[in-house]
Design a binder for this molecule. Structure first.
Ligand code: ADP
Ligand code: MG
Length: 327
């Protein structure tokens, strides 16, 4: 199978919104008048971002999901993407699985594949995605304000749990492992939530490198600090806070590992965002409108980053990053 046959067979479909899609020198795309474009690229490299044994359909899903997650974190509505592929060989079974996972997620979000590049080389997948949003409404890392509540969507930590099982550092019951592995291999980009948060949230980021690290990007860009209440990981109610996204599999680990996975585990692709306390009802409405669980896990302070343990004592955050809780 040659390069052009491969593209024709797996990656070419009739254009939808594009005026010209796959097959010419450039794709031609008419932007919606008056809308801003949000553009993002993410690359996945075998051995670095995924294991060679991963199911190709899951990989096709994840390659696009991590890109859609960036659009979600800005509050943008996905439009289209390009796909650059380096493949060691043209393997039909692999390509059809990969394409199936990719198309399923693309179609679920009405995001059109309009071009790309294909070459022989070590397995690498680079996607550039773009979306639209009203000018001035993007959710930016720099927009957190002192006093804001901090929220996360869904559950964080399970992707790391699966990784530690693969590394031989953690043992899990098989059903808990399958749940964790599904989260690692098939993350859900929170696109509908991101859009619903336009005009409601201040700052937002998607969680790819771990909660504390990614929150750190918001704190730095906004010139603020944060207190995180780790009780949400255990679901211990504080009376007025709901933690709908509680994960029993994560809470069942020894506390040091619950903390390590929840606060420093990457690859979850949930959203972390901040919003003024006056907007609590609006945040809840956005969560409901997008059918996405959202938990309030802390608030923005003038400076510094503190994580409070279930007794309200500050945890040494540096020990979380430097100490290997799975050794
Ligand atoms: P050129 O040499 O002009 O860059 P190519 O031969 O690389 O064109 O690609 C031919 C057409 O196929 C182009 O429209 C390109 O965008 C598209 N294409 C190439 N690889 C992919 C891919 N992996 N997915 C989608 N479209 C692709
Ligand atoms: Mg080319």
């Amino acid at each position: 199978m040659g390069e052009f046959e491969l593209i024709e067979r797996y990656f070419k479909r009739p254009p939808q919104r594009a005026q010209v899609g796959v097959g010419d020198d450039c794709a031609i795309w008419m932007p919606t008048p008056g809308q801003a474009l949000a553009i993002s690229s993410d690359m996945l490299v075998e051995g670095r971002h995924f294991l060679s044994t991963v199911d190709p359909a899951a990989l096709g899903h994840k390659a696009l999901a991590v890109n859609l997650s960036d659009l979600a974190a800005c509050g943008a509505t996905p439009c289209a993407f390009t796909l650059a592929l380096a493949l060691p060989q043209a393997d039909d079974a692999w390509l059809s699985g990969f394409a199936q996972g990719l198309w399923a997620l693309a179609d679920a979000h009405g995001c059109e594949l309009i071009g790309g590049d294909t070459t022989r080389g070590p397995l690498t997948i680079a996607i550039t995605v773009w979306g639209e949003l009203p000018p001035g409404q993007a959710l930016l890392r720099s927009a957190a304000q002192v006093g804001d509540d901090i929220y996360i969507s869904g559950v964080v930590g399970q992707a790391r749990m699966a990784l530690e099982v693969f590394r031989g550092q953690l043992r899990l019951p098989s059903d808990a492992f399958e749940r964790a592995r599904a989260r690692m291999e098939r993350p859900t980009p929170r696109v509908a939530l991101g859009q619903a948060l336009r005009g409601v949230a201040h700052a937002a980021i998607d969680l790819s490198d771990g909660l504390l690290g990614d929150l750190g990007h918001i704190l730095k860009a906004s010139g603020v600090g944060a207190d995180i209440d780790s009780r949400w990981l255990l679901h211990a109610s504080d009376g007025d806070t709901a933690w709908p996204a509680h994960c029993p599999d994560l809470a069942a680990l020894p506390w040091a590992q619950t903390l390590a996975c929840g606060l420093t585990g990457g690859d979850d692709y949930e959203l972390l965002f901040t919003a003024a306390p006056e907007h609590r009802a609006a945040v809840l409405a956005a969560a409901q409108a997008s059918a996405t669980p959202v938990s309030r896990v802390g608030h923005i302070t003038p400076a510094g980053l503190r994580v409070l343990d279930p007794q309200g004592q500050a945890i040494d955050v540096s020990s979380l990053a430097s100490f290997d809780h799975f050794a």
